[in-house]
Design a protein around this ligand. Structure first.
Ligand code: COA
Length: 281
């Protein structure tokens, strides 16, 4: 039988070992963010005194995202993953969470369906190489933009994540940009340096501003020429797909966005050009 405990600061090496098994490009910064924002929402499974798996979560009000469900390779298929999920789901529900969402890789979809998650839409993933491009109408994001950025974000992401936006901006301000039309903020993008790739997102832009959305992406790419760039986006956002394909990005395997519980908080996909992360919405 597996036992569970909350992930704590001393678990960095375990986090890096388990995420290293799956190659999602996670870093120490990803760990720090989980510990900072959800100290009681990340769990480690152990068996016979050895740590064998983990799951993480991020809460935005009464909506939570589950991610980084990983079990040691040689112990898969024995129910540890399902037990970790049930443990996390129970803890989140006890803390008042009404909907739990996630992006499930195809192999794990049956597991999530068994646990009561319902399909929402395909969450696309594209990978490319940063090439320079025009950046008309784009400015470097400043700390004083964050209130406006958070208000725009809430309108389209539909769950409050201002503290997270502030945190991401603080980590890599040179990869965060805004786009205004007639002085009004209509789009923003945030990027971060992963282990072996630049991770783009969140990347939000109001419908009707595709050119601005592309300029935002260019602004990030101009800062990291030649680097690998990862973007995830909802399948319903055709503009994001065409921008990425125009810029030479290639599709890599997608995940299924799924929801458990009330599921009334889905984002407005027409404005979501880039996810905040596969594990964080
Ligand atoms: C997904 C994962 C955590 C499941 O852990 P587990 O302890 O093997 O899970 P359980 O024994 O409770 O359940 C097995 C289920 O996991 C899923 N699964 C099996 N092998 C898998 C694999 N290599 N990758 C992903 N999911 C897998 C299947 O849905 C399986 O259901 P089935 O028994 O109907 O075939 C584990 O396979 C893993 O670490 N995979 C790599 C990381 C990953 O893909 N995580 C999910 C991200 S959304």
């Amino acid at each position: 039988m597996a036992e569970f405990r909350a992930m704590a600061e001393g678990d960095l090496a375990l986090f890096l070992r388990l995420t290293g098994l799956v190659g999602w490009g996670m870093t120490e910064q990803d760990f720090d963010r989980l510990i900072k924002f959800s100290p009681e929402g990340n769990f480690i499974a152990s068996m016979d005194g050895s740590d064998v798996g983990m799951v993480a979560s991020t809460m935005y009000g009464d909506v939570a995202w589950i991610g980084n469900l990983i079990v040691d390779t040689q112990l898969r298929g024995r129910g540890i993953g399902a037990a970790l999920m049930v443990h996390a789901m129970n803890r989140l529900t006890a803390r008042g969470v009404k909907s739990i969402r996630l992006d499930g890789v195809p192999l794990a979809i049956p597991l999530y369906r068994r646990l009561g998650f319902r399909d929402e839409y395909w969450s696309m993933r594209y990978m490319g190489e940063a090439a320079p491009g025009p950046v008309t109408g784009v400015e470097q994001m400043r700390p004083r933009d964050l209130d406006e950025v958070a208000a725009l974000d809430l309108r389209y992401f539909n769950a409050p994540r201002r503290e997270h936006l502030e945190y991401i901006h603080g980590l890599t301000p040179e990869l965060c940009f805004t786009h205004r039309a007639g002085g009004r903020l209509v789009g923003y993008i945030m990027g971060g340096d992963g282990l072996d790739r630049v991770k783009v997102g969140p990347w939000i832009c109001e419908p009707g501003h595709e050119k601005g959305a592309e300029a935002l992406l260019n602004a990030v790419m101009n800062r990291r020429p030649g680097h690998r760039v990862w973007v995830g986006f909802p399948e319903g956002n055709r503009s994001s797909r065409s921008i990425l394909e125009r810029n030479g990005f290639r599709e890599i395997p997608s995940s299924l966005r799924m929801c458990h519980g009330e599921c009334r908080s889905a984002e407005r996909v027409e404005a979501v050009y880039g996810l905040g992360g596969p594990d964080k919405g």
